[in-house]
Design a protein around this ligand. Sequence first.
Ligand SMILES: Nc1ncnc2c1ncn2[C@@H]1O[C@H](COP(=O)(O)OP(=O)(O)OP(=O)(O)O)[C@@H](O)[C@H]1O
Length: 377
Amino acid sequence: MSAAPADCARVTEEPARAGDPVRRGAASTVGATRTGPTAEAAGGADPNRPAPVLSVRGLSVRFLLPGGRRVDAVADASFDVAPGECLALIGESGCGKSVLASALLGLLPANSRTAGHAHLDDLDLLTADEPTLARTVRGRRVGLVPQSPAAHLTPVRTIRSHIEETVARLTGVRGRAARRKAAEQASQRAEFPRDHLDRHPHELSGGLAQRAATALALIGDAPLLLADEPTTGLDRDLVDRTVDELRRHVDDGHALLMITHDLAAAERIADRVAVMYAGRIVELTDAGAFFGSPGPRHPYSRGLLEALPERSFAPVPGLPPELGSLPGGCAFAPRCDRATDTCGALPVLENTVACHHPVPAPAAGPHATRTPEDTRA
Ligand SMILES: Nc1ncnc2c1ncn2[C@@H]1O[C@H](COP(=O)(O)OP(=O)(O)OP(=O)(O)O)[C@@H](O)[C@H]1O
């Protein structure tokens, strides 16, 4: 996710109407040709889950480029994150994960247009003004572990200074000694070594900068934590410890939206998984079902899991499409061995998967009913 440069402007247009996936644009096609209810938007969510902290509906982000070109980086994304829950957002590089996070925090550049809704409790993050986002959202209501932590740290200030300033700004801790103690506690929590607190950002390894960013993100005790690749640059042992600390944070009742390439980390921490491909959420399901049984239903999700070293280690064949020139219909079809002519129509996320030919779920028992789709196994 990019930093929030001082000159970064955000353009958010009037709220979308039902059935209108775009706020502005001649072709009215942010979000492409067809939108439909997601499981959550359609009311398919578990009624026993607590009310979401974050509720995203039909979120689309388009970048307008010179020469009239455009890039639909996020298209019609809908999901919830509830207190005490971690949703892992996974997908190949460039599929739109960080743009989605930037949209939620009002950190998109001026050449972007958004559509849809993203409610943080009762506040629509897409229409909130910059002073509200700066004063009450970023840090206070949403903690952020940014993708490139070093870029978010001020080069001339030590890590201690960053942490103490954040403690002073976001907590009621007053007095130098108390602030110093709170800062050391915050750094310990993210396993940032105490004897590195007086170092400057450029003196830190990527892993240490990552730990400093996690320490800073947890200080405000925000109800929602948005962590964009929080384990990048950490060795496996520290990945596990960081993930366990984030999980404790979730178990304390916070909501976590974690963007990650690291499926092992996602498996360790997530309650639910959203898989993104070419700007769209193509699967949204329970982590237990995804990593265990029945496994992913979308052929792309299945390919991501199969690419893990402990599985077949075979990458998904082909390359992701350019978001500026997506094929019509299912964007994964050119790479998919299950594709048919039907895939020329855009599949809608229904139940847990947006696919015309999802991978069949294994039969639950000797009398389990098989759908016609299951016979394609
Ligand atoms: N300012 C911009 N102008 C035009 N296109 C942009 C801009 N920022 C991002 N994009 C496009 O949005 C796409 C999605 O980028 P994003 O950073 O969200 O990917 P990602 O899934 O987070 O990848 P990674 O895991 O590598 O960070 C990129 O492929 C890029 O083409």
